[in-house]
Design a protein around this ligand. Structure first.
Ligand SMILES: CC(C)(COP(=O)(O)OP(=O)(O)OC[C@H]1O[C@@H](n2cnc3c(N)ncnc32)[C@H](O)[C@@H]1OP(=O)(O)O)[C@@H](O)C(=O)NCCC(=O)NCCSC(=O)Cc1ccccc1
Length: 203
């Protein structure tokens, strides 16, 4: 696993956040527009050339492989390539997780055309991503945990649009943390989830 310490403070982290966040949001918009546009062929070719030129500019200087988990000098972590919530990952929905003092964790997210599986419905693997990320974060709220087994019961199709996922720790069994959760639309639960999340062996 790729963990890196960067010699930067919180101000510099915030400066980078303000720089990259809008770029990622623009790329996310581009993905959505690419799926939904109905402009003429010439415009598509023009946009293709513009996007290819922009990609080449970004590739002029880049890291090898993934972004990894990085830490500032103050110990603040940032995993900006993460597929669930990475600030620099336009594929990430992104998932912003909140919690309260009862142990409930939740995220509210609108999944649009880029996440479609069956017509009008969210792809089952994307639903799994949302729930794995939320349940994993919930399990890791005390100590780091990794997904061992994730069990999902797809009760009905999850429509594209605004969704809410919730999770809470059900119980701890040694290094295992069992988390339960749901994904819902305005009409109620679409998927029930249970995950066994396991902490690394210490010796
Ligand atoms: C670490 C572990 C999961 C377990 O290995 P070890 O330490 O060698 O385990 P060991 O054999 O010593 O057994 C200990 C206890 O555990 C039990 N048990 C074992 N395996 C399983 C199982 N699969 N399922 C259920 N139970 C299992 C076993 O029976 C025993 O139970 P016992 O004590 O007898 O009652 C390893 O298989 C692995 O790295 N897998 C890949 C994980 C990975 O890549 N996940 C995806 C990335 S994370 C992510 O994306 C989500 C996220 C988002 C945000 C935030 C956080 C997370």
């Amino acid at each position: 696993m790729k963990f890196t310490r960067e010699d930067i403070d919180t101000d510099e982290l915030n400066r980078r956040r303000a720089l990259y966040g809008p770029l990622t949001a623009a790329v996310r918009e581009l993905v959505d527009a690419t799926i939904r546009t109905e402009v003429d062929d010439e415009t598509i070719r023009e946009v293709h050339a513009t996007v290819a030129a922009a990609t080449e500019k970004l590739r002029a200087k880049q890291i090898d492989g993934g972004f990894g988990m990085r830490f500032t000098a103050d110990g603040e972590s940032f995993a900006w390539g993460n597929a669930g919530m990475g600030l620099r990952n336009a594929i990430a929905p992104p998932l912003l997780i909140e919690s309260d003092d009862t142990g409930l964790h939740w995220t509210e997210v609108a999944l649009g055309a880029a996440y479609e599986g069956p017509p009008g419905l969210v792809h089952g693997g994307i639903c799994a991503l949302v729930l794995d990320h939320l349940l994993g974060t919930t399990a890791s709220s005390v100590e780091p945990r990794f997904t061992g087994t994730l069990t999902l019961r797809y009760r009905r199709g999850t429509p594209l649009g605004p969704l809410r996922a919730e999770a809470r720790i059900d119980r701890n069994e040694g290094r295992k943390t069992i988390v339960v959760g749901t994904l819902s639309d305005a009409g109620g639960v679409t998927i029930e989830a249970e995950g066994i999340f396991i902490g690394p062996a210490t010796e």
